[in-house]
Design a protein around this ligand. Structure first.
Ligand code: 3PY
Ligand code: MG
Length: 257
């Protein structure tokens, strides 16, 4: 079987993984970031500039760097979740999963029967992953394709246990910015606001109680470090826009500029 080591196995073994976050659709940018120290790479279609074509090329850049490719789909675009997996992604992050029906739609798109309703056709994913036969790929998906539900609204918090109980939901991915926005009823947009901390801890403890993966978007390095110390396992550390800006400014400053 191809792919002896996967993101799902790494996370289930208890390891922490820092997730590169790429909105830039250029496969060379994706490739450069995939070959950095990040353990896995997310291609962001919700707020990034990716098209279906750039996801196809970006997934290749990530997989050829021996990293797991993750795709965040646009809100409600479950059809693209199936396509991204067909292209060779290992995990899907779905934003704004607020209800059991949302969670079930995510499972339907990402998991083959009996858990879901994903239709067969992973031509590119099989080639890229080196799978020898359809049954080889099918067996691999059972334990290795991850469906991560973004918990980022008051409604999602109210439904958290029910969402976590949906078979086929592998974990949660917390969006701190939207959480700050909805918890404050639109008054605050600040993913670093301490007012969201009790909710962030509550999500972690409920995910653990359900035996599911706890993942979250870290706004910066210090935030990501504190989330890892708290027990979150898959953690973004800002975005590619920050990597470029900070990299440029740090270099010029170090040069005396
Ligand atoms: C949020 O913080 O709301 C996110 O979706 C992170 O990308
Ligand atoms: Mg969000």
């Amino acid at each position: 079987m191809a792919k002896s080591y996967t993101l799902a196995q790494t996370l289930r073994s208890g390891e922490t993984t820092f997730l590169g976050w790429v909105g830039n659709p250029d496969p060379l940018v994706v490739e450069t970031i995939a070959r950095s120290r990040f353990g896995a790479i997310n291609l962001d279609m919700q707020h990034g500039w990716h098209s279906p074509e750039s996801i196809m090329n970006g997934v290749r850049s990530v997989v050829l760097a021996n990293k797991a490719a993750v795709v965040r789909i646009p809100v409600g675009d479950f059809a693209f979740a199936s396509r991204a997996l067909d292209m060779g992604a290992e995990a899907i992050i779905a934003p704004m999963i607020n209800t059991v029906a949302d969670a079930q739609a995510l499972v339907d798109a990402t998991k083959y029967p009996p858990l879901g309703k994903r239709s067969w056709g992973p031509v590119r994913g099989m080639t890229l992953g080196g799978f020898k036969s359809p049954s080889d790929y099918l067996a691999w998906t059972r334990d290795n394709v991850l469906a991560l539900a973004m918990i980022e609204t008051v409604e999602a918090i109210a439904n958290l246990d029910a969402i976590l109980s949906v078979p086929g939901i592998d974990g949660v991915f917390v969006g701190p910015s939207d959480l700050s926005l909805t918890l404050s009823e639109g008054a605050v947009i600040d993913g670093l606001s301490p007012t969201i901390n009790p909710t962030v801890s509550h999500i972690l403890s409920r995910a653990r109680a359900h035996g599911k993966i706890a993942a979250m978007f870290g706004i910066n390095a210090a935030h990501a470090k504190s989330l890892a110390a708290e027990g979150y396992q898959l953690i973004a550390v800002g975005t590619d826009n920050m990597y470029l800006t900070k990299g440029c400014n740090d270099l010029v400053e170090a040069a005396g500029g």
